[in-house]
Design a protein. Structure first.
Length: 261
């Protein structure tokens, strides 16, 4: 059994946002209410969290999530990282460290901003006073494992800081903020037909640092996945509008959407 749980479907401002309110989104549709994005994948009983949203506390509470096997970071923007302190509660419940995985540049940012978080293997009471996170440096196109689940990091291009995606268990492709897939990433993705492709759709029209809907549809046509979820949506992306303007195998995410296969 494999599942994907979209704990939050929103971009950095969330929906409604402080500056733009509901924007183009229908406020009467509850699927337009969006917390910042974190995604939980469970593969053969192994739980892998992608990013720690600033809204992570309520996301974990709402879904009764009390344990994780590993956290993979896509990049160090605050909407993908700043819920990292909430992992302390997972430490307290399980009484063990949590493994986090990130590229060297992202891990440096985590160390710089959260100097108290990372373990060196000598602390015994980390879970009482602070998060206890065991860092693991990963590299693009170098596969690693979390409890025997194979994960391939993918280099993404064109965002305003280095970003990475992941192939999980050769069936899930999770792409974070990007403007273009690197040649190596596309090559890896085309070696499989993903059962699930997750793409960010921050705004409808293309942007300097983000793909728009047209570009997303072009990538979907190239990759030919079985199913697609468009995630990380700002207030420019109304749920019904996106649903009506995408293929039958494609849908917009909403908070707490769960897919199983």
């Amino acid at each position: 059994m494999t599942s994907a749980l979209f704990l939050g479907a929103g971009a950095s401002p969330g929906v409604p946002s402080l500056s733009n309110g509901w924007g183009a989104c229908d406020p009467n549709n509850p699927k337009n209410i969006r917390r910042r994005t974190s995604t939980l994948y469970e593969v053969n009983g192994v739980r892998i969290l992608i990013d720690t949203s600033p809204d992570l506390r309520m996301q974990l509470l709402d879904n009764h999530i009390t344990w994780l096997d590993g956290i993979c970071y896509t990049h160090a923007h605050s909407d993908h990282l700043y819920g990292i302190d909430e992992l302390r509660e997972i430490n307290r419940i399980t009484c063990r460290p949590l493994d986090i995985f990130a590229t060297e540049v992202t891990m440096k940012e985590i160390k710089k901003r959260f100097t108290y978080l990372l373990l060196d293997g000598n602390s015994e009471d980390f879970y009482l006073s602070r998060p206890g996170l065991m860092p693991h440096i990963i590299k693009p196109n170098h596969e690693f494992e979390i409890k025997n689940i194979k994960i391939m990091p993918l280099k993404l291009l064109g965002h305003n800081m280095p970003t990475f995606g992941y192939i999980i268990n050769n069936e899930i492709v999770h792409i974070a903020d990007f403007k273009q897939l690197s040649n190596s990433a596309m090559e890896k993705i085309l070696q499989i037909r993903p059962k699930l492709l997750v793409l960010p759709l921050t705004i409808i029209d293309q942007h300097r640092y983000h793909i728009g809907l047209r570009e997303a549809l072009e990538y979907i046509a190239k990759i030919k996945p079985e199913r697609v979820v468009l995630n990380h949506m700002a207030s420019e992306c109304d749920y019904d509008f996106v649903m009506k303007n995408t293929p039958d195998n494609t849908e917009p995410a909403y908070d707490n959407l769960k897919i199983e296969w």
